[in-house]
Design a protein around this ligand. Structure first.
Ligand code: ADP
Ligand code: F6P
Length: 325
């Protein structure tokens, strides 16, 4: 490669962390180095970028992280970066470091930041990293599979104890605005009901009556999965117990779902997506979001990606309702 083709790139992680982010960082770093470029790791997301907190990374800087949850680059949410002054400051810093392109690993909030940087002349590529799987332009987001497996393993454990006590376990699964994680977890654990923000529900007909109907066929223990975004899970427990006479307990799975070793699936997709990000930047292409469509890695214009809306998997929703009897 001639000197003139050598470029300098940077990578950061932003918003809520997600298992598999490290595998993506590793891939971005190793791909860039393998292709003869220089790569910086920016610490603490956009907040760290505005403070010029970055280090040049080498092959060994990303050793032993392909499996690890969290993000070695740390992450942050930054109010200042949402302002025009903050974004200009970030651009000045990137230019002062001679950075020709940036990879942002995060959710759609982080992508809005990437959109602004692209518009200000910094070619920026977004990689979807969030346990919520709520990015419309991709079928899969880095972190979802691990979080789902964590939720399912926890609910399996709850099933043991609810069975012993003939109880109902109401389990709150993460997802402030999205029910993908709850829907998959509910389906995978045979929940009697799964309540998500994307679909209206009635506690009597969708939970209480279902529980009563299954009691007539000999069911004595129940799992109800509730997405965080639905809210009021505590009141829901009280209501269910009062109406069914079944002792009911609430478990909020919380941030445990954001940690842990990334599944094999995360590692594979994150590696492939990181590779694509550098391929794009190398060609001088920015303003794209990398994702998965029909099981293939692809990329899409950032404006188009951010204008898309994602619905839940209707088939999975129907299946969950039909077979919870
Ligand atoms: P996620 O990326 O997981 O959706 P957030 O919504 O918290 O997480 O976004 C992460 C960061 O991205 C925010 O703290 C902020 O700095 C930046 N960001 C979010 N929205 C915008 C926006 N409209 N313009 C510029 N930056 C944004
Ligand atoms: O976006 C991922 C997510 O884990 C949501 O499911 C959850 O509502 C939110 O982040 C929690 O964020 P925080 O890090 O502020 O607790």
């Amino acid at each position: 490669m001639s000197e003139t083709q050598k470029k300098t790139f940077a990578v950061l992680t932003s918003g809520g962390d997600a298992p598999g982010m490290n595998a993506a960082v590793r891939s971005v770093v190793r791909t860039a180095l393998h292709k003869g470029h220089t790569i910086y790791g920016i610490f603490h997301g956009y907040e760290g970028l505005m403070q010029n907190r970055m280090d040049e990374l080498q092959e060994r800087s990303v050793s032993n992280i392909i499996n690890r949850g969290g993000t070695i680059l740390y992450t942050a949410r930054s109010k200042e970066f949402t302002t025009e002054e903050g974004q200009k400051k970030a651009v000045e810093i990137l230019r002062s470091r001679g950075i020709d392109g940036l990879v942002v690993i995060g959710g759609d909030g982080s992508f809005r930041g990437a959109q602004k940087l692209s518009a200000l002349g910094i070619p920026t590529i977004g990689l979807p990293g969030t346990i919520d799987n709520d990015i419309a332009s991709t079928e899969y987001t880095i972190g979802f599979d691990t979080a789902l497996n964590t939720a399912v393993q926890s609910i399996d454990k709850l099933r043991d104890t609810s069975q012993s006590h003939d109880r109902c376990s109401v389990v709150e699964v993460m997802g402030r605005n999205a029910g993908h994680l709850a829907l998959y977890a509910g389906l995978a654990t045979g929940a009697i009901a799964t309540l998500i923000p994307e679909r209206p529900f009635n506690l009597d007909s969708d939970v209480v009556d279902r529980m009563k109907a299954t009691m007539t066929t000999g069911k004595h223990h129940f799992i109800v999965v509730v997405a965080e975004g639905v809210g009021n899970s505590k009141d829901m427990c009280y209501y269910i117990e009062q109406r069914t006479g079944v002792e009911t307990r609430l478990t909020v799975l919380g941030h445990v779902q954001r940690g842990g070793d990334a599944t094999a699936m995360e590692r594979v997709y994150a590696s492939a997506m990181g590779y694509r990000a550098i391929e794009l930047l190398e060609q001088g292409v920015g303003s794209r979001i990398v994702g998965v469509k029909e099981n293939r890695i692809y990329d899409i214009d950032i404006d188009e990606a951010l204008s898309m809306k994602k619905d839940i998997n209707e088939l999975f929703y129907e299946v969950a309702r039909e077979i919870s009897i």
